[in-house]
Design a protein around this ligand. Structure first.
Ligand code: B12
Length: 209
């Protein structure tokens, strides 16, 4: 098996204990960071496909996100600016009052592997922090997660504050999380919604076009 095929398989098999060593070995053997990233991204695409066909479930998706994170920790210092293809910036966060970040983290790692620059603000994030980050980074997409019915209104709060600051037409909002659907997300001021992180990456790519 070639090194790139082995990397891809390690990710598909969710072998979190092996991945860092395999990435390091691939780099040591002279493979370019971009080639390693492509192999990992192909693995992640396959994981996404297995999830869509229900051969993999959320547990596997979570583990894939964690495995990718391990790989990325080794790979990131080797990636030069521009290496990641597109450097489109996306802000990821979980809304104020909500401490669920597993889904948001999966989305963030899928975005990273798809070549986006991810500015992750973490969870329980105040709307002012979102606005400040839009100003500082010029990010074009905000990806917001809300898992609690109680906190979905926060999406609307962010939308309102961005409007007040005259920034709303400079940035697109995509929301996700179990209590939401496209209709509710739009009612709360988001431009888009996606059911899961795999779909989310697809939608975010489209938002940049
Ligand atoms: C793990 C968990 C916790 C953990 C969170 C740990 C962490 N670091 O995230 C802990 C223990 C902290 C927790 C706490 C609480 N929880 Co909780 N929790 C869960 C649980 C079991 C799993 C959530 C999860 O991680 N799923 C796995 C991830 C991968 O899925 P996901 O988050 O849905 O994300 C996917 C999609 O939604 C989408 N997605 C998510 N975000 C985004 C964003 C964008 C932009 C896009 C495009 C897509 C996207 O992509 C992801 C992957 O494909 C759920 C039940 C459930 N089955 O969902 C309850 C659940 C969410 N919790 C619930 C509750 C009530 C609470 C508490 C209030 C409990 C309490 N009384 O204290 C607290 C709230 C704390 C707080 N302030 O946030 C309720 C919410 C009910 C509601 N509708 O409001 C749920 C639904 C359980 C239930 N059935 O009652 N919880």
């Amino acid at each position: 098996m070639s090194i790139t095929e082995e990397l891809k398989q390690t990710l598909i098999e969710l072998d979190i204990d092996e991945i860092a060593g395999k990435v390091q070995a691939a780099l040591d053997s002279g493979l370019k960071a971009q080639e390693v990233l492509s192999a990992l991204t192909e693995g992640m695409d396959e994981v996404g496909r297995l999830y869509e066909t229900q051969e993999y479930y959320l547990t596997e998706l979570v583990l894939a996100g964690e495995t990718m994170k391990e790989a990325f920790a080794i790979l990131q210092p080797h990636l030069k600016a521009g290496d990641q293809g597109n450097k489109n910036k996306v802000i990821t966060l979980t809304v104020k009052g909500d401490n669920h970040d597993i889904g948001k983290n999966i989305l963030a790692s899928l975005l990273l592997s798809a070549g986006f620059e991810v500015i992750d603000l973490g969870m329980d994030v105040h709307e002012d922090k979102v606005v400040q980050t839009v100003k500082e980074t010029g990010a074009k997409v905000i990806a917001m997660s809300s898992l609690l019915t109680m906190t979905v209104e926060e999406i609307s709060t962010v939308d309102q504050v961005l409007k007040k600051e005259g920034l709303r037409d400079k940035v697109k909002i995509i929301a996700g999380g179990a209590p939401l659907n496209m209709e509710l997300a739009k009612k709360l001021g988001a431009d888009d919604y996606a059911d899961d992180a795999v779909e989310g990456v697809r939608h975010i790519k489209a938002l940049f076009h």
